[in-house]
Structure formats: structure tokens, C-alpha cells
Design a protein around this ligand. Structure first.
Ligand code: SF4
Ligand code: ZN
Ligand code: ZN
Length: 312
């Protein structure tokens, strides 16, 4: 049994190789929560009277985020916290995570709203995939992400939230940076960061990512220590994308060179700053001809896909 390197009292539950520490349950939870509070403070993500909508999938990241924001909201009596889940219609998977989402909202007494692909888009993700596979369209995650972002933004606006918090962790952030880097999509890198978007428009609810400095492994351990039971939940569409390869490569780098993930995030943030300067002057924002959402093209991405699937 290894004793906690910080308090020197309790058995450790985690080894942090990047700082050469073993931490007990209490010291680790404190460190984790402190890191999230620091991300919020340094990036001015929250104000005392915010109405924050948490995008709650029911997975470990969003459940952890809701729990931490709920704790913080107790110190800000004028703020309000609600949760929005999107049911994409992924058979055998989403029903289970929605059950977790519902349960946690009930426990914390947080209002919970569920929006479905079926109602908002006219088709479940499963149905979309049946249609698109024949046409050799991109993997499910590209459809899923585009529609989920659109629905979350519309729902947050409808529910009069002024911030939309998502559970993206450090691994998510650097994986997306590398994917965009490989694709040469600098425009997208410029739109990343702790508060998403270079667009300031009332139609766009700012998306904040309080967990973006927390490694995925630590989010998972924090979630388990706080009663989260994953029970092998895995989206059947996960693992088909370039992202899986990138995740493995980054994990291998971290394994051989602990601390690399934090370094990659720092580099990402420097890159975002540089690119935002450039895109500030270059980019023109339009309203989508079909749905009125903000986009840099004529049709927003969601409407483009819907057209492709004959849904408009
Ligand atoms: Fe959607 Fe892909 Fe996540 Fe599954 S793994 S929920 S398809 S984004
Ligand atoms: Zn300790
Ligand atoms: Zn549109």
C-alpha cells in the first residue's frame, strides 16, 4: 500500500506521474476541484448571476461537471443551474446514459430537459446512419456532433440560459486540436478554447468548458470516487474515427513522457490566440438561409447534412 504523498496519512488511490505524486481520495478530490475552480476563475467562465445549462449526456465527464458546478452554485445563490440532455437515438446505449442523467438531476434537484434528434431533426442517429452508410458518408460522430451542438445551442437559448457548460476534458481538447491540425482546419482551432467561439451574437450561447484542464483519466477516477457507475457504457459508433488513433498516439506519448498532455494544451492555447487575431479580421458571419443559425457559409453544417439526407 502506498501512502498519500501530500497528507502522508491515507492510502493513495491514484498515481500522478507528471508530478510524481501518489494521492489519497481526499487530496486527489481537492486537487481536482481546485483545478476546475482555477480554470473557471482564470478564464472568467462564470458570474454570480449566470443561468448555466449543463450539456448532460450521462457519461462520466458531464456527470462530474454537473456535480462540481452544483457544488459551486451553492456559493452563488443568484445563479441557476439546469441540465439539458440530447437523445440522439442510439439504440442500446443512450437509454442507459439518460437514466443516469435523470437520476443525478433528481438527486441534486436540478431541472432536467431532454431534447431528441427524432423531434428536432426528424430522424434518430441510427436512422441517419442507415441512410448514410449506403452513400459512404462520414462516420456517425461527425453527424452526431453537428446536430448535438445545434440542439444544445437552441435549447439553451429557448430555456434562457446565458452559458452552456460542456464536459470536454483535457484529452478531448488536445485530440480535437490534432485532428484539426491534420485536416489543416485552422478556422476550427481558432474557435476552440475555454469559452468557445469568436462570435459574439445573442443567437450564440457561449459554451464553457470548466474541465478542459483535467486529464480524462482523472475525470474518470473522480467520477468513480463520487459514486459514478459506468458499467461498460460505450457508444456503438465510438472507435471508428481518426480520433481513436490520435487518442492512442497521445496516450503513448504521455506514457513515455509524463506531462506532455498539459504541454500540448498550453501549445494549443498559444495557437488559438495567434489564430484568433488572424480570423478576427478575416471571417464574415452569416445567418443560415434555412434555419437562421449563425454560420460562415450560406447553409449551416446541420442544414447541409439535412439536405444531403433529404430531410428538408
Ligand atoms: Fe455521438 Fe460519436 Fe459520441 Fe457516439 S461516440 S455519442 S456517435 S459523438
Ligand atoms: Zn492525502
Ligand atoms: Zn441551418
Amino acid at each position: 500500500m502506498v501512502i498519500c504523498s501530500n497528507c502522508k496519512k491515507f492510502p493513495s488511490v491514484i498515481e500522478l506521474r507528471y508530478s510524481r505524486e501518489f494521492l489519497c481520495r481526499r487530496c486527489f478530490s481537492r486537487l481536482f476541484e481546485k483545478r476546475v475552480r482555477k480554470t473557471i476563475r482564470v478564464n472568467h467562465l462564470l458570474n454570480q448571476n449566470d443561468k448555466v445549462a449543463v450539456g448532460l449526456s450521462g457519461g462520466k465527464d458531464s456527470v462530474t461537471l454537473l456535480k462540481i458546478l452544483h457544488k459551486l452554485s451553492e456559493r452563488a445563490p443568484k445563479s441557476k443551474l439546469i441540465a439539458i440532455s440530447v437523445d440522439e437515438g442510439i439504440h442500446g446505449y443512450r437509454e442507459k446514459t439518460l437514466k443516469i442523467a435523470k437520476k443525478i438531476c433528481k438527486e441534486l434537484k436540478v431541472e432536467h430537459y431532454v431534447y431528441t434528434f427524432k423531434k428536432e431533426i426528424g430522424m434518430t442517429l441510427d436512422q441517419m446512419m442507415k441512410k448514410s452508410v449506403a452513400k459512404r458518408s462520414p462516420p456517425a460522430c461527425s453527424f452526431c456532433g453537428v446536430f448535438r451542438r445545434k440542439i444544445l445551442n437552441e435549447a439553451a437559448r429557448e430555456l434562457k440560459a446565458n452559458k452552456l457548460a460542456t464536459g470536454h476534458n483535457l484529452d478531448d481538447e488536445i485530440q480535437v486540436t490534432l485532428m484539426n491540425f491534420i485536416r489543416g482546419d485552422f478556422d476550427r482551432i481558432a474557435r476552440m478554447g475555454p469559452e468557445v467561439g469568436i462570435i459574439k451574437d445573442k443567437k450564440f450561447i457561449p459554451r464553457i468548458k470548466p474541465l478542459r484542464e483535467c486529464p480524462e483519466r482523472e475525470v474518470a477516477i473522480y467520477a468513480i470516487l463520487n459514486g459514478f457507475k459506468a458499467d461498460g457504457l460505450q457508444c456503438p459508433y465510438a472507435g471508428e474515427a481518426l480520433r481513436t488513433t490520435i487518442r492512442d498516439v497521445i496516450n503513448e506519448i504521455e506514457e513515455k513522457h509524463p506531462g506532455s498532455k498539459f504541454q500540448m494544451l498550453k501549445t494549443t492555447d498559444r495557437l488559438i490566440e495567434i489564430l484568433r487575431e488572424q480570423y478576427k479580421t478575416d471571417k464574415k458571419i452569416n445567418e443560415c438561409k434555412n434555419c437562421g443559425e449563425l454560420t460562415s457559409r450560406e447553409l449551416c453544417k446541420a442544414c447541409g447534412i439535412m439536405k444531403e439526407l433529404n430531410l428538408t
